[in-house]
Write a protein that binds this ligand. Structure first.
Ligand code: ADP
Ligand code: MG
Length: 253
C-alpha cells in the first residue's frame, strides 16, 4: 500500500456488552510505515478494540477498512489472511510445546488452513519452509538461544516475544501488539523497540497498546487515548502528553 492512503481505517467503532459500552464511537487510521499507540487506563476499551479490528468480536456499530476493503464482522481467520496479525494481552501459547513448534504451528493454523488440514496435511516442503521462517523470526525477536525450550517455561515477557515471532511469520501488513513490553527487562524493551523501528522502516503498520509510557512516547508516531470506551485525545506524542485532560485521566494517575 502506498504511503499516502491509510492502510487501516476505523470509523465510528462501537461495542456494547449488555449495558456496558466498552468501545464508544472510536475512529482513527494507520498508514503503512507508521506506529500508532492506543493508550488509556485499565478498562478503557483497548483490548476490545483489538478484538473488533481482528474479528475476534463483531462490532455493535462502525466500520473497519483494510486497504479499502471492509473487514468488520468478517471471521478472524479471513482478516488474518489479509495480513492482520496480533498478539494477546493474555499470552496464548500451547503448554509443554517448544518455542519453535509454537511459532511454526501457531502461524500455520492462524494464517493458512483449517486445524485439521494444518495437523494432517502439511507436506514436507511446506513444513521445512514454515520452520525456517519460524527460526528466522525467533532470532529476530532475540530468542534464538531458546527455540528448543518449552515456551510456557520462559519468563512471561519472553512468552510475549514468542507471540510476536508467531505473528511475524504471517508476514503481516498490520501488526497489533497488546502490551508487548509488559514483563520485559530494560535491555529487552530496547531490543523490542529496535525491532519495531525496523518493521516500521520496512513499511509495516503497527498498532501498539502499552502502559510503559517511555516505551510508547519514544516509539510511536501518533497516539489515540481512550478512557471509559471513548476517545479522550489524539495526536503526536508530545501534544498528547501535554493535553490536560490526558494528564488528569491517565498520565498523572
Ligand atoms: P483495556 O484493554 O483498555 O484494559 P478492555 O477492552 O479489556 O479494556 O475492557 C473494556 C471494558 O469492557 C471493561 O469494562 C471490561 O470489563 C469490559 N469487557 C471486555 N470484554 C468483555 C466481555 N467479553 N464481556 C463483557 N464485558 C467485557
Ligand atoms: Mg487490555
Amino acid at each position: 500500500p502506498q504511503r499516502g492512503r491509510p492502510l487501516l481505517t476505523v470509523e465510528g467503532l462501537r461495542k456494547q456488552f449488555g449495558g456496558l459500552v466498552a468501545v464508544d464511537d472510536i475512529g482513527f487510521d494507520i498508514r503503512a510505515g507508521e506506529i500508532v499507540g492506543l493508550i488509556g487506563p485499565n478498562g478503557a476499551g483497548k483490548s476490545t478494540s483489538f478484538n473488533l479490528i481482528t474479528g475476534v468480536l463483531s462490532p455493535t456499530a462502525g466500520a473497519v477498512t483494510l486497504a479499502g476493503e471492509a473487514i468488520s464482522g468478517r471471521p478472524a481467520r479471513a482478516i488474518a489472511r489479509r495480513g492482520v496479525a496480533r498478539t494477546f494481552q493474555h499470552v496464548k501459547l500451547v503448554h509443554g510445546m517448544s518455542v519453535i513448534d509454537n511459532v511454526a504451528i501457531g502461524a500455520h493454523l492462524r494464517g493458512r488452513a483449517g486445524p485439521l488440514r494444518g495437523i494432517l496435511g502439511l507436506d514436507a516442503d511446506e513444513e521445512a519452509r514454515l520452520y525456517a521462517e519460524a527460526r528466522r523470526q525467533i532470532a529476530r525477536v532475540g530468542l534464538a538461544a531458546h527455540e528448543g525450550a518449552v515456551a510456557t517455561d520462559l519468563a512471561l515477557g519472553q512468552q510475549r516475544l514468542v507471540e510476536i515471532a508467531r505473528a511475524l511469520c504471517l508476514d503481516p501488513v498490520l501488526l497489533l501488539l497488546d502490551e508487548p513490553a509488559a514483563g520485559l527487562r530494560h535491555a529487552e524493551k530496547e531490543a523490542l523497540a529496535g525491532l519495531l523501528g525496523t518493521l516500521r522502516a520496512e513499511g509495516m503498520a503497527v498498532l501498539l497498546v502499552e502502559h510503559d509510557m517511555d516505551f510508547v512516547m519514544g516509539l510511536t508516531d501518533r497516539l489515540v487515548v481512550m478512557n471509559f470506551g471513548s476517545e479522550l485525545a489524539k495526536g503526536r506524542p508530545a501534544e498528547v502528553q501535554a493535553n490536560p485532560a490526558v494528564i488528569e485521566a491517565y498520565l498523572g494517575a
